[in-house]
Design a protein around this ligand. Structure first.
Ligand code: XMP
Length: 315
């Protein structure tokens, strides 16, 4: 990237040239789409609407945190509640690529409806280079279809605009700093949300388990960071596995699922190193998850696989 100020100026001019009418912006609450939305707001003003979709696949407290982050970034946004359409489309789906495809498609359908309502024909997304590279843009095999790239149906009437598509994460961060978008306190979170952290079928019940387990991992790692026993990792989260194992609580048998804890260090998400947190942190996470989710989770595992050979998310 040229320097952030030059990129900023060119991007605003390019957006004005590319969008003569109205646009909607898919704002996920992550840094990439927030930076894209801030550029669009400057370029198009009231001709653009930034939409944040509550998919029902979000983390605990996410809607409030994201609203707060947008406020700090000076971004006006609208919240769309869409848990129903997402969960209906995901019913019974277990294949990771099919999940991603359906989530992407549901996002697009919602954006199409909203675009039609406001007379917009452009959809702005915060896609960055690793998103499309890993979605098959230049590598031979598709590693995984990132929801903001692979889910776009060929017959969509929306013109997709991606102002950040040639940037890498560190470049987006530099641009964010230049634009006054604060560093999000939150770690990166995938567009398909907990949908790719609930392995196997997605139900309201299993989502609730994954959501609580994720929150516990986040709280305990945050506590360790605050206490100085850990440095802030790139990502730290829980994944619910469709494996049932036997456990015991008091004197009764439990037959629950397993949760895997994943904590990784990375610079740009293209590669990552798995971290093992201090033993007390792992123990507290395991105790809290099995206690809070007693009867539902019988076992907690620690994922020690780097990327490559694994990816950061499980699906
Ligand atoms: P993977 O699992 O491919 O993840 O190693 C690399 C980084 O991208 C995030 N991720 C996504 N972000 N849409 C996104 O916006 C997606 O579909 C998606 N899938 C993974 C992941 O959390 C990690 O930071």
């Amino acid at each position: 990237m040229k320097d952030p100020a030059a990129f900023h100026k060119d991007a605003v001019a390019a957006l004005r040239a590319a969008v003569p009418g109205r646009a909607i912006v898919a704002a996920s609450g992550g840094i990439d789409s927030t930076v894209a939305a801030v550029l669009v707001q400057e370029a198009l003003g009231d001709r653009a609407r930034a939409l944040f979709v509550d998919t029902g696949l979000l983390r605990e407290g996410e809607v409030e945190l994201v609203a707060d982050f947008f406020r700090q970034s000076g971004l006006r946004h609208e919240l769309l509640r869409a848990e129903g359409p997402f969960l209906t489309r995901l019913e019974g789906v277990t294949d990771p690529e099919e999940k991603r495809r359906r989530i992407g498609e549901t996002f697009i359908r919602i954006f199409e409806e909203e675009a039609a309502r406001s007379g917009a024909d452009c959809l702005v997304q915060g896609t960055i280079a690793p998103d499309w590279i890993e979605s098959g843009g230049s590598l031979r095999d598709t590693i995984k279809t990132h929801h903001n790239v692979g889910g776009i149906p060929k017959d969509s009437r929306l013109r997709i605009i991606e102002p950040l598509r040639d940037l890498y994460k560190d470049e987006v961060r530099a641009l964010a700093e230049h634009l006054g978008v604060p560093r999000p306190e939150r770690q990166p979170f995938p567009g398909p949300g907990l949908g790719v952290r609930v392995i196997g079928a997605i139900t309201r019940e299993r989502l609730a388990v994954a959501r609580r387990a994720n929150a516990i991992v986040e709280q305990e790692v945050d506590r360790a960071i605050a206490g100085g026993t850990m440095r802030r990792p790139w990502q730290y989260f829980a994944v619910l596995l469709p494996v049932r194992t036997v456990g015991v609580t008091g004197d009764s048998r439990v037959y629950g699922e397993a949760v895997s804890v994943r904590i990784v260090e990375s610079v740009d998400a293209m590669t990552a190193t798995a971290l093992a947190p201090p033993a007390e942190v792992v123990r507290t996470i395991a105790e809290r998850i099995t206690r809070d989710l007693s009867g539902k989770v019988a076992r907690v595992l620690l994922d020690v696989t780097d990327k490559p050979p694994a990816t950061i998310e499980w699906e």
